[in-house]
Write a protein that binds this ligand. Sequence first.
Ligand code: NAD
Ligand code: DAU
Length: 358
Amino acid sequence: MPEHFTPRAILVTGGAGFIGSNFVNSFMAGNPGCRLVNLDVLTYAGNLENLKGVENNPSYRFVKGDICDGGLVARLLAEERIDAVVHFAAESHVDRSITGPEIFVRTNVLGTQILLEESRKHWQAKAVPEFRYLQVSTDEVYGSLGDTGFFTEETPLAPNSPYSASKAGADLLVRAYHETYGFPTLNTRCSNNYGPYHFPEKLIPLMIHNIMNKKPLPVYGDGLNVRDWLHVKDHSVAIECVLKKGAPGQVYNIGGNNEWRNIDIVNLVCDLLDAKLGRAPGENRGLITFVKDRPGHDRRYAIDASKMRRELSWEPSYTFERGIAETIDWYLANQEWVGKVTSGAYRDYYDRQYGVKP
Ligand code: NAD
Ligand code: DAU
């Protein structure tokens, strides 16, 4: 399939976070002719350690700043002659949105509106010949499924947590900017990612981290909630594909067709780490502790990604078997990174949640 759009200067927001940094690293490796400006305010989830491989690349520029700062966004768009925005920056953790929703509305809704508005003005001023705005969103905007079925791009939005409501609000603004102004938007909605640089407040890296440190493994409720897991590198490739080949105004679901019950994932990680850490078979499973359920906990997510396959010829390259083994190896080899990101503010948050140190 031919490429429809070749970006020359791209503004990535939230490029120091988990998915953003994986995207920056892979995009810069595959697109040496493209300028990349990374705007990130560096919350607890943003980490420049993730970007060591690109920091000296002359095509790369990091700017520490807030997407809610419209003046800064406008200046960057103009001075770098940006022709594509890929918007990752967000508050991303559901549990945090339950205890403190306000920052989710500020960053995820207001931040998106400011970015959209400054990008629209830049595009309407014809500062560059062609422009794309890509909103990185989530399957959580669709709400929860029963035992069967899949989310398609036509599934109505029915978010259940403050996080997913804020992401749905942002998606609706993206839709409105396309409908109202003809602004060339793209909107991706992806399932749960896993892989390197995943902050250890999320299920898979938290379990790896706690197993290594022989801490309890908190499983919410009955552990039977289902998530569809995709390797973050497959997500990065999918986003690049949508940016270059996607049709403006469209939504694209991205997923791994890889459903797992939480308890099965936790058992798998326990067993793989028994072997890798030289522990007795079954030893790590002894750390599993069922805890109070997450309020409003979505039961099942499953993505129908056939539009990505059919229209853009994208499909995941990782098997889960390979991806999870590599991910565990990455955490074993990068304990210094884990130590850095789990210090300070994160420790305080974790203490309040569980009363134990991570
Ligand atoms: P993350 O929490 O790891 O990273 C978020 C990044 O955004 C951090 O670097 C943070 O510093 C930055 N940021 C936050 N507020 C900002 C602001 N006001 N201005 C500038 N930067 C700011 O998140 P992630 O897991 O990498 O998710 C990235 C995006 O992908 C989010 O929009 C999320 O909703 C979406 N998404 C995530 C998943 C997943 O499984 N993690 C799945 C689907 C979609
Ligand atoms: O589906 C995409 C979404 O995936 C993204 O939009 C979010 O940004 C991302 O954080 C993720 O949300 P989840 O809530 O699905 O991810 P989390 O890792 O927090 O939880 C995965 C599942 O594991 C969920 O059913 C809750 C459960 N869980 C989580 C944690 C942290 C536990 O049982 N114990 C835990 O300690």
